[in-house]
Design a protein around this ligand. Structure first.
Ligand SMILES: Cc1cc2nc3c(=O)[nH]c(=O)nc-3n(C[C@H](O)[C@H](O)[C@H](O)COP(=O)(O)O)c2cc1C
Length: 247
């Protein structure tokens, strides 16, 4: 009985307070998310045990600005807080803070050993059961920095193995699921219907599915610059719930 009461109280605090808190103090709201998630898991674990199978989640933060002050950062943090609160393990890869060169030749792609930052990222992706990609839509697709990171990371021999004649290929990242979270200025319907979501498809088909990753789920957040604080808060709650489910 105590457990039920405590859970409801903590949940209510988070659900009611988060949108308002985000309006006033965006970074404080991230801390509040974490605190709420941690307090929930403490109470829950001490009385009922864990409900779900724990998953290993790698969050790939693809916003090119390292300041960490964007809605993409808040979305990823909300997801991470929800996941940790449910007992999942989370590692964060912040592409804007990594030091890596652009790939320039097929020879590099196939045969050159990647730099340390990319090796660490590959280790984290290999470790994970589930990947969360989060980025703003730039010119209809991924920001160049994230694309450069993926070209470096999803190398032959790590993500796929192409046969010696360049025909068939073996998928090396099978068994991992993914979610792609994209913020954009236009309405999502316009991106899907008018533009055919081309940049999203290229990520999903030519990089993730090609490497064996699936199922892939999507969260597209349109008209992001015009969204009210309440609407952003609702998206944070949605992300937190998805994090709890590790999906
Ligand atoms: C270089 C650049 C290109 C952009 N291209 C698009 C685009 O093609 N379609 C779109 O809907 N929004 C576009 N946007 C708007 C961003 O997607 C939007 O501002 C972003 O998702 C908001 O997130 P942020 O404030 O966290 O950066 C672009 C923004 C920038 C800076």
């Amino acid at each position: 009985m105590f457990a039920v009461h405590a859970l409801v109280r903590v949940d209510c605090t988070r659900f009611v307070a988060l949108p308002t808190l985000y309006a006033t103090f965006p970074s404080a709201s991230r801390l509040a998310l974490k605190a709420a998630a941690y307090s929930r898991v403490t109470i829950f674990a001490s009385t009922c045990g864990r409900a779900n199978v724990s998953k290993r989640i790698a969050i790939i933060q693809g916003h090119p600005d390292a300041s960490g002050s964007h809605f993409c950062n808040a979305l990823a943090d909300a997801y991470a807080a929800g996941a940790r609160g449910e007992g999942h393990e989370v590692r964060m890869l912040d592409v804007a803070r990594m030091d890596f060169p652009l790939l320039r030749t097929q020879e590099e792609f196939r045969n050159q050993a990647p730099c340390e930052a990319i090796r660490d990222a590959q280790e984290t992706i290999r470790w994970a059961d589930h990947l969360l990609f989060c980025y703003p839509l730039w010119h209809g697709t991924l920001p160049a920095l994230l694309k450069g990171f993926l070209e470096q990371t999803f190398r032959e021999g790590f993500a796929m193995r192409v046969d010696s004649f360049g025909h068939g290929s073996k998928q090396l990242l099978k068994g991992k699921s993914a979610r792609v979270v994209v913020t954009m200025g236009m309405p999502t319907l316009m991106y899907r219907l008018y533009f055919g979501a081309h940049g999203l498809k290229s990520l999903e088909r030519s990089i993730l599915t090609f490497s064996g990753i699936g199922p892939i789920r999507e969260s597209l957040i349109g008209r992001v610059d015009a969204r009210s604080t309440e609407s952003r808060g609702r998206w944070l709650i949605r992300m937190q719930n998805l994090g709890r489910q590790a999906r």
